[in-house]
Design a protein around this ligand. Structure first.
Ligand SMILES: NC(=O)C1=CN([C@@H]2O[C@H](COP(=O)(O)OP(=O)(O)OC[C@H]3O[C@@H](n4cnc5c(N)ncnc54)[C@H](OP(=O)(O)O)[C@@H]3O)[C@@H](O)[C@H]2O)C=CC1
Ligand SMILES: O=CC(=O)O
Length: 289
């Protein structure tokens, strides 16, 4: 397995496609905006003119797209995945979407004889560049086994979680927790600052105690400087909170903390911070001075 297709060259997709190419795979890419494909040609990566063209060329094709709408349109749209998927080909969607979207895609792929795996990832731009993602796969186990050489390049650990939908749900639950934690840090930094404390000392104290975590350590110093270079865009974190709240609705789980965090991310989006890092939710607290 060394010919792999890759659809979607955003922050994550570009890093993942490059990793595969640098580690012995021959990658063929497609992206809605052609300029992002052109940048990769100098690294030996080939370009397909549509999702269908990539599927036609490659036995295995990975997708890394922004949201459920994008994932569906690349599969069901004109010159989309469904036009060329067939017996003997595998489609692996690594985007963060809800379980219903994933199941819809799975059923369509299977109706054409293809194999499907959902495989969303935990870990951001840097883990994607370093091949240190956590892969949350579900769907056809045989395809999972065939994809392990690629997953071993992309990630530090892969899980097979069973039926399609379980990978999507696991990813959404993880990101719901992450989004709530980011809001707690934002409020904590603001409270420390406005009550006369040193925010760097707050981060030191947090880092020594029971709630130390890599996210606070990584994002905290930049947040103190009001700097939010996008690694995980805020608009995608808010999408994940929205999907988590919908999953909570389906299961009648009361989630007031997640609901409040979602409101803060929505506020930050309405303030124009959707394309910045999700830590920019800090601005929705800060600007209420
Ligand atoms: N960034 C991160 O830290 C992480 C992100 N994720 C998830 O991975 C996925 C990708 O994230 P990321 O790379 O950050 O996102 P980006 O916003 O950087 O990239 C999104 C990609 O989706 C494409 N796209 C958007 N809408 C459409 C559409 N209608 N049709 C076709 N293509 C479309 C974009 O194409 P174009 O270039 O033309 O706009 C681009 O290739 C998301 O689901 C996100 O939640 C998961 C883990 C970490
Ligand atoms: O989905 C985002 C991440 O950091 O994981």
């Amino acid at each position: 397995m060394n010919e792999v297709g890759f659809l979607g060259l955003g922050i994550m997709g570009k890093a993942m496609a490059m990793n595969l190419q640098n580690n012995g795979f021959n990658v063929t890419v497609w992206n809605r905006s052609q300029s992002k494909c052109d940048e990769l040609v100098k690294h030996g990566i080939s370009i397909g003119e549509s999702p269908a063209a990539v599927i036609g060329k490659c036995k295995y094709t990975i997708a890394m797209l922004s949201d459920p709408e994008a994932a569906l349109s690349v599969v069901f749209g004109k010159a989309g995945v469904l036009e060329e998927i067939c017996n003997g080909k595998g489609y692996i969607d690594m985007s963060t979407v809800d379980a219903e979207t994933s199941k819809k895609i799975s059923e369509a792929i299977k109706s054409k004889g293809g194999c499907f795996l959902e495989a969303p990832v935990s870990g951001s731009k840097k883990p994607a560049e370093d091949g240190q993602l956590i892969i949350l796969a579900a769907g056809e186990k045989a395809l999972y086994d065939e994809m392990l050489p690629a997953f071993n390049v992309l990630g530090k650990k892969s899980y097979f979680l069973g039926l399609v939908g379980n990978g999507a749900k696991m990813k959404i639950v993880v990101n719901m927790i992450m989004g709530s934690m980011m809001n707690a840090l934002s409020e904590g930094l603001e409270l420390a600052d406005r009550s006369g404390l040193d925010c760097h000392e707050l981060l030191d104290v947090l880092d020594l105690g029971a709630i130390a975590n890599p996210m606070f350590k990584l994002k905290g110093p930049a947040m103190i400087k009001n700097s939010y270079p996008p690694a995980f865009p805020l608009k995608h974190q808010q999408k994940d909170m929205r999907l988590a709240l919908a999953l909570g609705d389906q299961n009648a789980i009361s989630m007031p903390v997640a609901a409040a965090a979602n409101e803060a991310f929505k506020k930050a989006r309405s303030m124009g911070f959707g394309d910045l890092d999700f830590s920019a939710v800090h601005e929705s607290v800060r600007r209420y001075k």
